[in-house]
Design a protein around this ligand. Structure first.
Ligand SMILES: O=C(CO)[C@@H](O)[C@H](O)COP(=O)(O)O
Ligand SMILES: [Fe+2]
Length: 220
């Protein structure tokens, strides 16, 4: 499947948000982490800020919702025009109904799972989603180390997607860098989120292209 690079703006300079979005124009989407201080012990922003990001930047938004009561709040992000909406399986009472609602609003529906959440309960539901997001850190903060222990789950998920003949994207998020991206792709991921690896680089375009190149090499 095609390699996609989604920088996470969690590591950007929020006082210069507009320029920081312009700096990742080489990427496929901007990964926007919404945190509510309940699902994770950190707080970022909500619908008004995400909507403004969408208005000022042409880059499609990949919203990653780390919030409780996803069934109630996630459709708002699809309705405002986010290209993709990831909600957490652990925060949704009815993930199939929610995915259908997100799709009906014109966005891609993505199911996210924390490191300790197994993929197995969702294997028969894969066709309901456009993407599975496997966290490779405990959600909540940027700049953490990549959890290699999550890689067997990435491999099992890719196998299940391929066995079912589906076009479901497989995203990994957390600790993705030039040193870890090849392992994530070799395990089966094709959508790579990278926050600190992109935004700590002087040249963001070069950092994005390096990740893309390393990912392509790992896929061959
Ligand atoms: O969702 C999250 C963290 O909860 C991520 O999107 C991080 O923002 C990725 O940052 P790095 O680990 O790449 O620095
Ligand atoms: Fe994220």
């Amino acid at each position: 499947m095609s390699i996609r690079i989604h920088p996470s703006i969690l590591s950007c300079d929020f006082s210069r948000l507009s320029e920081e979005l312009d700096a990742i124009s080489a990427a496929d989407m901007a990964h926007v982490d919404v945190m509510d201080n309940h699902f994770v012990p950190n707080l970022t922003f909500g619908p008004p800020v995400v909507e403004r990001i969408r208005e000022v930047s042409p880059i499609p938004i990949d919203a990653h919702l780390m919030i409780e009561q996803a069934d109630r709040h996630a459709p708002v992000y699809a309705d405002m025009g986010c290209a993709s909406v990831s909600f957490h399986a652990e925060a949704s009472a009815a993930p199939v109904r929610l995915a259908r609602e997100i799709r009906a609003l014109g966005a891609k529906a993505s199911l996210a799972i924390r490191p300790a959440t197994p993929i197995e309960p969702y294997i028969d539901l894969l066709a309901e989603f456009d993407q599975i997001l496997i966290m490779t850190v405990e959600p909540g903060f940027g700049g953490q180390s990549f959890l290699d222990v999550c890689l067997p789950k990435v491999t099992r998920t890719r196998q299940a997607i391929d066995d079912a003949g589906l076009e479901v994207q497989l995203q990994v998020d957390g600790g993705v860098s030039a040193t870890t991206v090849a392992r994530a792709v070799a395990a089966g991921a094709n959508v790579l989120v990278a926050g600190s690896a992109v935004y700590s680089a002087e040249d963001r375009t070069a950092a994005i292209e390096e990740l893309r190149e390393l990912a392509h090499d790992a896929q061959r």
